[in-house]
Write a protein that binds this ligand. Structure first.
Ligand SMILES: CSC[C@H]1O[C@H](OP(=O)(O)O)[C@H](O)[C@@H]1O
Length: 355
């Protein structure tokens, strides 16, 4: 059975508490929006797509348990719920905000249709959230296959592909399969993956705690490295490509992702190694022209100064702890989406086709 960040059936939502990984795998019930927002705020659940999916499903389970009796109450409840969920981790990742905007406008349009009933509208909101879950897994499998084939086509048929990746972009950051780790899964399924180097991803250690957990779970040949080993690994360990995820890709292809991504892109350029961003269209914000407009989430200092609750940094030192950074489009070889693999300058047109 593949690793799941969420387990959902109508009226029931369980989320894997990622704060306990890799030592303990515990699913915890989320019975409504407040618990959904708490799971996102505390990073029990994290990863741009997973945040939007858990947030939307927390609304679905609450509506299933206690459906409003008036259409006006439903509209207000959905609007207020989405505001709470977006506010749980408001900066950088776009998926939850996009989902909120799309659901609110969908519901208003549905409510204006002749014969709309509060029960029918409630059912349509639940179905909308369930569709988000199913679509994400489909998108990730497409991202994985398209990305794997693109990398194979551009590596002159070398026997095995060596991938470096950053942070966690797998089943634990999505509804399943993953984005950058989806490319790894597809390469492995094609029998063309030689090795994966995953970075520790300080200070929150999504790499050593989560990606390493996923790669061991999938029996993928992989090695954990510290972030500071990225350059020497690229120089000495035949890395074929660097593939990372995204929290927000904007119209010109600039990409916000876990802090440390930008320096990997600079190092990849220096070593002549292709650098790919793997992201579903739900992580793309074509309304923002460049990455300069992206608000970067700043995290608590203790996440940097402490390890497992024990302070390791000198008392009194200043701390800067941005959770993300922005990689400029000029350092990105291509952006792998479920609708195709695009050069940064082709992204906006490419995603607009077939809408
Ligand atoms: C599917 S890509 C997810 C994206 O989200 C991660 O951030 P966080 O763990 O803080 O939610 C990281 O930036 C990943 O690339």
């Amino acid at each position: 059975m593949s690793l799941e960040s969420v387990r959902y059936s109508r009226g029931s939502l369980l989320v894997l508490n990622q704060l306990l990984l890799p030592h303990s795998s515990q699913y915890e019930p989320v019975t409504g929006v407040r618990e959904g927002a708490d799971a996102i705020r505390t990073m029990k659940v994290r990863g741009a797509p997973a945040i939007a999916i858990v947030g939307s499903l927390s609304l679905a389970v609450e509506l299933t348990a206690d459906p409003p009796q008036q259409t006006s109450d439903l509209l207000a409840f959905v609007r207020e719920s989405m505001e709470l969920l977006v506010g749980a981790r408001p900066a950088t990742a776009v998926n939850m905000k996009k989902a909120a905007d799309e659901l609110n406008s969908f519901l208003v349009q549905e409510a204006e249709k002749p014969g709309a009933t509060v029960q029918g509208l409630t059912d349509s909101v639940v179905l909308w959230a369930e569709t988000l879950l199913e679509k994400d897994v489909r998108d990730n499998r497409m991202i994985g296959d398209l990305g794997a084939q693109h990398i194979l086509d551009s590596t002159n048929g070398r026997a095995g592909v060596v991938i470096m990746t950053h942070c966690n972009t797998g089943s634990l950051a999505t509804a399943g399969y993953g984005t950058a780790l989806g490319v790894v899964r597809s390469l492995q399924a094609m029998g063309r993956l030689s090795h994966v180097f995953c970075t520790e991803t300080r200070p929150y250690n999504q790499g050593s705690r989560l990606t390493a957990y996923e790669l061991v779970y999938e029996k993928t040949p992989a090695t954990l490295i510290t972030d500071s080993m990225a350059a020497v690994t690229m120089r000495d360990r035949q890395v074929s490509a660097v593939v990372v995820g995204a929290d927000r890709v904007v119209a010109n292809g600039d990409t916000a992702n876990k802090v440390g991504t930008y320096q990997l892109a600079v190092l990849a350029k220096h070593h002549g190694i292709p650098f790919y961003v793997a992201a579903p269209s739900t992580s793309c914000d074509l309304g923002l022209p460049t990455g300069g407009s992206i608000v970067i989430e700043e995290r608590p200092s203790r996440e940097l100064t402490d390890i497992n609750g024990v302070r390791v940094a000198a008392p009194g030192i200043g701390v800067w702890n941005p959770a993300f950074d922005v990689t400029p489009n000029g350092l990105i070889t291509a952006i792998i989406t479920e609708r195709g693999v695009f050069k940064p300058e082709e992204l906006k047109v490419g995603l607009s086709r077939g809408l």
